[in-house]
Structures are given as C-alpha cells and as structure tokens.
Design a protein around this ligand. Structure first.
Ligand SMILES: [Zn+2]
Length: 250
C-alpha cells in the first residue's frame, strides 16, 4: 500500500513549479448526463460549491424537465450545456456508441440538436451556455459545420483540442471513471499522473484549459474521494484558476 498523500505529491510539486514561475493554469469541470435532481447531484453540487469550483452540467434535453430547472435556479456557480438529444445509441452493434453519428440523415440529427438547444435555453435561461457536449464525446465530422447555424457557439469532446475547425473547442482531458473496468472511480495515482502530464503540456505552451470529466450518477466512494481531494488541493492553490465554461468561452 502506498500512502495516499504520496499519490498526490507529483501534483503538488507540479503546481508549486507553476507558482514559482508566476503562472496560472485554468481548470474546468464538466459533469455529464444530468436529467433530474438526485442524491448524487446533491453531493456534486455540495462538493463543487464548498470549493467554489464552477460546474458545467451537460444535461440530456430529451429526458430532462422542470424539476432540474427548479433545483438549479438558485445555483450561481452552475452552467448548463446541451448533451445531445436523448443519449440514444444509433451506432451498430460493432461500432462505438454514438448518438450524433452518420447513421441517420443529417437533418434529423441536427433537428434534434436545435430542439435540445431551444429546450434547455428555455428551462435554464440564467445558466445556459450554447455549448454542445456530444454523448460519448463523438460527433460525425460532417455535422460540425452546421452547428453555428443552429446557434451553438462551441463544442466539447474528449482529448486535446485541434483548433482551426469550424467550431471553437472546450474539451475535457481527464476522465475520472474506469469505464472498461470497475465502472467506478479510477486509481488516484493514475489520475494524478494524467493531470501532471496535462500540466506539463500546458506549461510547454498549449493554452487550452484542462477539463476534468465526471459522471455524478455512477460515482462510487473512490470517485467522490478523488474529486474531493482534487478540490482541496487545487481550490485555493495560487497557480490554479477553476473557471466556468461561460468564462472560458467569452
Ligand atoms: Zn453522456
């Protein structure tokens, strides 16, 4: 067994290096699949709120409603983004899951996205951002040029951004869930190593913010513990600025 503090030491050292260099890294938090108020959502809101970490919730338009809107109405630190339409997999059994793929006519897919944007903008007028978060982080490339015409201002998927496409990207880079193993939180040492690798990349000149990706509905104790420890270490560190999606896209 390694000591838990040892697991976090590489991140502490790297952030102190940023501080010594007088630099500040931007982090942002994207949490996917919100539909309605749940105990897990309450845990997430409390955790982010305590550490003053702005939260971007990717909400599934076709499955959500007034209950989530009412719950979020008093949450100043929460931004709502569009998580596809109904999080339905339209890919074949052999293919990677996706809702926004090339299997269906583009006008059908785009029609759903237009409806999703309108619905969430109406439900969450004070916290809505015209940010599309494709389910499973996948979207058919041919659909992307049509997104500005639907009203979207940016796209958020997974992995380091290649800018210069038709849409600004605000991506996520570190996914705290072990989807192919336990389907719970990944190990702390491994996640810390990924964060440090992202920090090295940003220190070397890539100026995109580092996105942390969470899924509150499947968090086990390990996932909550990681998030909590991350917020404690970074929430007040002078080299870190947690930012809202709205601020980053401004
Ligand atoms: Zn999702």
């Amino acid at each position: 067994m390694t000591d838990r503090m040892d697991d976090w030491e590489p991140l502490r050292r790297e952030l102190d290096r940023w501080q010594a260099a007088g630099r500040v890294v931007r982090f942002w938090l994207r949490d996917d699949d919100a539909i309605e108020p749940t105990p897990a959502l309450e845990t997430l809101l409390a955790l982010a709120g305590e550490s003053r970490v702005p939260l971007t919730l990717a909400v599934i338009p076709g499955l959500t409603g007034e209950a989530l809107a009412a719950r979020l109405a008093a949450e100043a630190g929460v931004t709502v983004a569009v998580h596809g339409w109904s999080h339905t997999n339209h890919a074949g059994p052999e293919a990677k899951k996706q809702e926004l793929g090339g299997e269906r006519p583009a006008d059908v897919v785009l029609g759903e996205l237009r409806e999703g944007l309108r619905l969430l903008e109406r439900l969450h007028p004070a916290r809505f951002q015209r940010l599309l978060v494709p389910p499973w982080n996948r979207i058919h490339a041919a659909l992307i040029p049509a997104l500005p015409g639907l009203g979207f201002a940016a796209l958020s998927v997974y992995g380091r951004a290649r800018q210069g496409g038709p849409m600004p990207l605000l991506n996520t880079h570190v996914d705290i869930i072990d989807w192919h193993g336990t389907r719970g939180g990944r190990g702390e040492a491994e996640l810390v190593a990924e964060l440090v690798a992202e920090l090295h990349d940003r220190f070397a000149g890539n100026d995109e913010p580092i996105g942390v990706l969470t899924h509150h509905l499947v968090h086990d104790a390990a996932a909550w513990d990681f998030l909590s420890a991350l917020f404690v270490m970074t929430g007040r560190h002078p080299a870190v600025r947690w930012s809202s999606a709205s601020a980053l896209l401004r």
